[in-house]
Design a binder for this molecule. Structure first.
Ligand SMILES: *Cc1c(COP(=O)(O)O)cnc(C)c1O
Length: 458
């Protein structure tokens, strides 16, 4: 059969409130054209993020009832530890409440002034935790990774030559570890190949630098390797994921993505001395080493989620639904970051709204138009989110791309929800000239995309 179906059936439903254009216009004005300020109840299809928004399975919910809430050495902890050890082969497994808690512990121990941490593209909380420690975060993604039309199969790869020259330039003593983000979220959810991970590991180990994965979407990365990397199509996603972890000395994971849970995280490492110190910090701020800021039931849900996410039928459906959205937009002439990656489609808003210059926020304007037209919530990744000012000239610096991200929560929406999204985008494209740019009327000094207020330009 050609049709790839959702490999699950639904036994519990949450109603969606089907609002009218007039109701959404009102909500939009009340929120000052900032979709973070709109109550989720007033959103029909919420594509704001794939983080913590997964639907759990019956087996995960059953695990939550079975959760052992003992303080130390709970049965749920041993279940979780066994699953993670089997999946990753790592010696030390530390549970945390979410990904950034793993990052904070790792960089408090390895970062600090004078240190430099390279990655393909650091995710924003990773970068923030590195910089908070006083260290510098450097992005070394391959050149193809920043060109939206380039259809390179592994646009998340690290530029190995750039990594070598960085090490040569500053010396390996200043590089406590190298990270590889799989998939590369900030770079469009694009995968990293096994060949690239092997090459990066070889360079790192020749210089005595540990390699860590930011492995939030390890399963989607493994499935994209299976689809796209020569010689990998006959292997299971589980075997490929294990090889990815085998190439690394440690990993940070937010289980809110491929853990298929609403909260949870993991910190993994092989080095015994580092793990001892990490356990001390874990106890200091997260909790005892056998629960790490989570309930026993959360550990059960994660243990089951990390097994289900490697199901081949699930992964095929998952990648297919993202590609389906991307292909239909492309077929309608709507410009997106190509090829579709693992968890989201990124619309090139600068090309969609050529009449709106970056200073009038084409991405934010498109996000508002899509909400008003169809009740769909996406997120701007452009001049609103990545606002910076040149320290010398005082002029605003715009990021290289003005994007709108439509992230797909896992197992939440069906094909008709995606068809509706495609239809909405096609209708919007037909009336794109009526989309109006925006002006900021009020904005905080940092992370302004969450709270800034806008007004429409006539
Ligand atoms: C979400 C995410 C994180 C941070 O995880 P949280 O659970 O949100 O703290 C880190 N890295 C990447 C690549 C992510 O997508």
């Amino acid at each position: 059969m050609k049709t790839i179906i959702e490999p699950f059936k639904i036994k519990m439903v949450e109603p969606l409130k089907l609002t009218t254009v007039e109701q959404r216009e009102q909500a939009l004005r009340k929120a000052h054209f900032n979709l973070f300020q709109i109550p989720a109840e007033d959103v029909i299809i919420d594509l704001l993020t794939d983080s913590g928004t997964s639907a759990m399975s019956a087996d995960q919910w059953a695990g939550m009832i079975r959760g052992d809430e003992s303080y130390a050495g709970a049965r749920s902890w041993f279940h979780f530890e066994n699953v993670l050890r089997d999946l990753t082969g790592m010696a030390h497994i530390l549970p945390t409440h979410q990904g950034r808690a793993s990052e904070r512990i790792l960089f408090e121990l390895t970062g600090g002034p004078g240190k430099v941490i390279p990655s393909n593209n650091h995710f924003d909380t990773t970068r923030a935790n590195i910089e908070h420690s006083g260290a510098r975060a450097v992005d070394l993604v391959i050149a193809e990774g920043t060109d939206p039309r380039n259809r390179h199969p592994f646009k998340g790869n690290i530029d190995v030559a750039k990594l070598e020259s960085l090490i040569e330039e500053i010396g390996s003593e200043r590089i406590p570890l190298c990270m590889a983000t799989v998939t590369n979220n900030s770079g469009g959810g694009q995968p990293v190949s096994l060949a690239n991970l092997r090459a990066v590991r070889e360079v790192c180990h020749r210089h005595g630098i540990p390699l860590f994965l930011d492995a939030c979407r390890f399963a989607e990365n493994a499935a994209l390797i299976q689809q796209r990397e020569p010689g990998q199509s006959g292997r299971s996603a589980r075997a490929i994921a294990r090889e990815m972890f085998d190439l690394a000395d440690g990993a940070t994971i937010s289980a809110k993505k491929d853990g298929l849970v609403n909260i949870g995280g993991v910190l993994l490492m092989r080095n015994d001395a580092l793990a001892l110190r990490a356990n001390d910090l874990l106890i200091l701020t997260e909790g005892f080493v056998t629960y790490g800021g989570l309930a026993g039931r959360d550990l059960e849900a994660m243990a089951q989620g990390f097994v289900e996410v490697l199901d081949e039928d699930y992964l095929q459906y998952r990648l297919r639904s993202v590609a389906y959205l991307g292909e239909h937009l492309l077929a309608a002439g709507i410009p997106i970051v190509e090829p579709p990656g693992g968890h989201a489609i990124y619309i090139d808003a600068a090309s969609f709204c050529t009449h709106i210059p970056p200073r009038h926020f084409p991405g934010q304007a498109l996000v508002c138009a899509l909400y008003r037209h169809a009740g769909i919530r996406g997120v701007e990744i452009g001049s609103v989110m990545f606002h910076s000012v040149d320290p010398d000239t005082g002029e605003t610096v715009h990021p290289p791309m003005e994007l709108v991200r439509l992230a797909l929560p896992r197992r939440v929406y069906t094909q008709s929800h995606i068809d509706y999204t495609v239809e909405a985008m096609i209708e919007l494209a037909a009336q794109r000239d009526s989309i109006r740019g925006l002006r900021i009327v009020e904005s905080p000094p940092t992370l302004r995309h969450f709270t800034a207020k806008f007004t429409e330009i006539d």
